[in-house]
Design a protein around this ligand. Structure first.
Ligand code: PHE
Length: 466
């Protein structure tokens, strides 16, 4: 059976696909805003430490679990002889399922904006907030309508994902990433040159290179850690699946470092594009993060910059590639599990799961502005609350499921499967793993403790860090 399992066709293919999973909306629209809030260069430095101390060890752990077991995220625990830990995998797949429901819709909005900037830029510039809300079903006169534009583009986005997934690991995911990732890097460089050559960009650059330790507190550090997890696609069991397609001849350690470096580089470059561009056009205090910032505030930036419309199209294309390659990895994690666990066929499984996730995602888009759909949320500070359905979905994954699955992986590897198994997996083909001891201490003690603090802050402090 194992012989028939899909494998990456080449090392480069795997690296690009894993980097594609990691490099996503988190890098481009969350990181710059967080870096700004956290004091520019100071945050970047803290973030780098988080990637080195937690990101690399955890990514190495997930990839090793996948490669050693050659199985999907739930099946891997049984294959490693610890069936009782399968719940960690279930949390991972369920988390990936919920994230895909909304990630695919946000991807659809991004696709819509590629079109908007190519065809209707003056309309966006005229009233960016109104344009955005109108797409989501709330008109300027406060009347609401079904957000069919956003939903139609989300359907198209999901269709692109499904086509890639159906074509398989090597013929679909790997091929797509081999085109998408170089395109993403190219656009990034073009935007970087544009941003740093804007008159007034020096202030932003200076800020990104400055160190202001007075802005740093405990929350900044944890926020950098949450960002690192999300950005590296850790805690979603995706990397277990991607690792399982990796031949045993590959050097896990080197590949992990490379993937983390690429992801971090893109986040930092995005910071060096967005912060200086906003400083130069709208002014320092307009740097923000998330959808409202990417879809609304940035319109002002593109409007004021020479050649802004072209750079607008390029920016949303960048987001589109980032979102597609991440969404593909989320869906692959789910499809690999369903096809292996239930012995289902790949094509119908992909079509049905994508359709279901798209439909659930419609509630996400509809609850943004068009309809007052509410979700449920419970934490120790605010008790039982009814946030908008879309927010509740994000809380569930970002505040609970990602840290929970990451914690499960650390505890599993630290105490059940044992760090020695990861070390053996890394070293099996003669590679020397120099920092074994440090790795062991991190995976057994430091990482679980840090994640427990994040979980505690979510449940008892009512705050989100990712
Ligand atoms: N890492 C992706 C980003 O930065 C998001 C993601 C999380 C993708 C988990 C897959 C799994 O946007």
């Amino acid at each position: 059976m194992d012989n028939s399992r899909a494998q990456w066709g080449s090392k480069l293919g795997f690296i690009l696909a894993a980097a594609g999973s990691a490099i996503g909306l988190g890098n481009i629209w969350k990181f710059p805003g967080r870096a700004y809030e956290g004091g520019g260069g100071t945050f970047v430095l803290i973030y780098l430490c988080m990637v080195i101390f937690f990101g690399i060890p955890l990514m190495l752990t997930e990839l090793s679990m996948g490669r050693a077991s050659q199985a999907n995220v739930v099946g891997c625990f049984r294959k490693m002889g610890h069936k009782g830990w399968s719940w960690v995998g279930w949390v991972g797949v369920l988390g990936a399922f919920i994230i895909t429901c909304y990630y695919s819709h946000v991807g659809g909005w991004v696709l819509r904006y590629v079109y908007s900037y190519a065809v209707e830029a003056p309309e966006v510039y005229g009233d960016p907030l109104g344009y955005f809300y109108n797409t989501l079903g709330l008109a300027a006169d406060e009347t609401t309508h079904f957000p069919w534009v956003a939903i139609a583009f989300a359907a198209l986005f999901m269709l692109c994902n499904a086509v890639v997934i159906i074509r398989g690991v090597e013929g679909g995911i790997e091929k797509f990433n081999k085109i998408g990732m170089p395109a993403l890097f190219m656009i990034l460089v073009i935007l970087l040159v544009r941003a740093v050559t804007l008159p007034g960009a020096e202030e932003g650059l200076k800020y990104m290179l400055s160190f202001d330790w007075s802005k740093v507190n405990f929350t900044t550090v944890l926020s950098a850690l949450g960002q690192a997890f999300y950005s590296l696609s850790i805690g979603m069991a995706i990397l277990i699946t991607y690792g399982s397609y990796l031949p045993r001849s590959e050097n896990l350690h080197r590949n992990t470092v490379l993937i983390c470096t690429m992801d971090t580089l893109v986040a930092i470059l995005a910071g060096f594009i967005i912060v200086p561009a906003v400083f130069a056009t709208l002014g320092a205090d307009h740097v923000g993060k998330g959808g409202g910032f990417a879809f609304v505030s940035l319109a002002g930036v593109f409007q004021q910059m020479p050649g802004g419309r072209l750079f607008g199209v390029l920016f949303y294309l960048l987001l589109l590639f980032a979102a597609l390659t991440s969404c593909i990895s989320l869906i692959e994690g789910i499809v690999a599990f369903l096809t292996e666990h239930f012995n289902w066929k790949r094509t119908p499984t992909t079509i049905i799961t994508c359709a279901v996730m798209f439909l659930i995602g419609c509630l996400y888009t509809c609850s943004q502005a068009a309809y007052p759909l509410k979700g449920l949320w419970l934490d120790a500070v605010n008790g039982l609350t009814h946030p908008a359905f879309c927010d509740a979905m994000e809380y569930l994954t970002d505040r609970l499921m990602i840290p929970f699955c990451a914690l499960g992986c650390c505890l599993f590897v630290g105490w059940a499967w044992k760090p020695e198994s990861v070390i053996a997996e890394v070293e099996h083909n003669g590679v020397h793993f120099g920092l074994k001891k440090v790795y062991t201490v991190i995976i057994r003690f430091v990482a679980p403790l840090a994640i427990m603090i994040i979980l505690g802050m979510s449940i008892f402090g009512g705050i989100t860090l990712s």
